[in-house]
Design a binder for this molecule. Structure first.
Ligand SMILES: [Zn+2]
Length: 239
């Protein structure tokens, strides 16, 4: 292939890589942000049982506190019972103790039900924690790949910029100017392969005579439609 064309193709590769790298500086942090949000949403969905468990646990603690208070109250009432002189008051206190015992019984029953629910939930919570831990590991390792990618951007950019500077020195300035002009007008692509008489840039057909010329001539030719500098490339079997 013509030497100048090879230089342009190499230059195009540098420019394409530089554009990709610059896009990465925007896209990768966005990607990480989305991953974080997705993981957080997933985490919340997995932690539904845990939330329920904590709720039940706090209700169970309330029952225990209720039982404790009733017990303390009954101890005091029983102490006062010994000092009571009149029968009416005595009967009222017995009634009070009876009511407290009934309430305590209700609390105890409730506490047992809650404990049973906590037991069955704790099995699910343990399973959920394992599931979440596995998802967390996967999430962290995927995030790490993107973070490593981000930290490599600066170094990679420097490599491609240096390579580009070197190439630029070997390309005649008028050709370089032509390439730059076309590239700026065509989404960053100034030199393009053509195969089966179709420009790979604008996807228009190249007239047969020009296509023949492209395969034989040593002249640099441009696509009549998009103006990109063309080169012939067998895409069934490139290079
Ligand atoms: Zn074209």
């Amino acid at each position: 292939m013509k030497e100048k064309l090879l230089l342009l193709i190499a230059l195009q590769e540098c420019d394409t890589q530089l554009v990709k790298l610059s896009a990465k500086t925007v896209k990768l942090p966005e990607k990480i942000q989305k991953m974080e949000a997705d993981f957080l949403a997933y985490k919340e969905s997995v932690e539904v049982n845990k939330k329920r468990f904590d709720e039940i646990k706090s209700r169970h603690t309330e029952c225990e506190t209720g039982i404790k208070k009733l017990n303390e109250g009954m101890v005091k009432t029983r102490e006062r019972l010994l000092e009571v002189k009149n029968n009416k008051e005595y009967q009222a206190m017995l009634k009070e103790i009876e009511t407290s015992e009934k309430s305590r019984g209700e609390f105890e029953e409730k506490a047992i039900t809650l404990l049973e629910e906590m037991e069955s939930l704790s099995v699910m919570v343990k399973r959920d924690e394992e599931t979440l831990e596995e998802a967390r590991r996967k999430h962290e390792s995927e995030k790490k790949i993107h973070e490593d990618d981000i930290s490599a951007i600066d170094a990679d950019t420097l490599v491609w910029k240096n390579k580009r500077d070197e190439l630029q020195q070997s390309i005649p300035s008028d050709l370089l100017a032509q390439y730059e002009k076309v590239r700026k007008r065509n989404n960053g692509i100034g030199v393009i392969p053509v195969w089966k008489a179709v420009c790979n840039g604008c996807h228009m057909n190249i007239p047969p005579q020009l296509y023949n010329e492209l395969q034989r001539s040593s002249e640099l030719l441009s696509c009549p439609n998009c103006n990109r500098i063309m080169y012939y490339q067998n895409q069934d079997n490139p290079l």
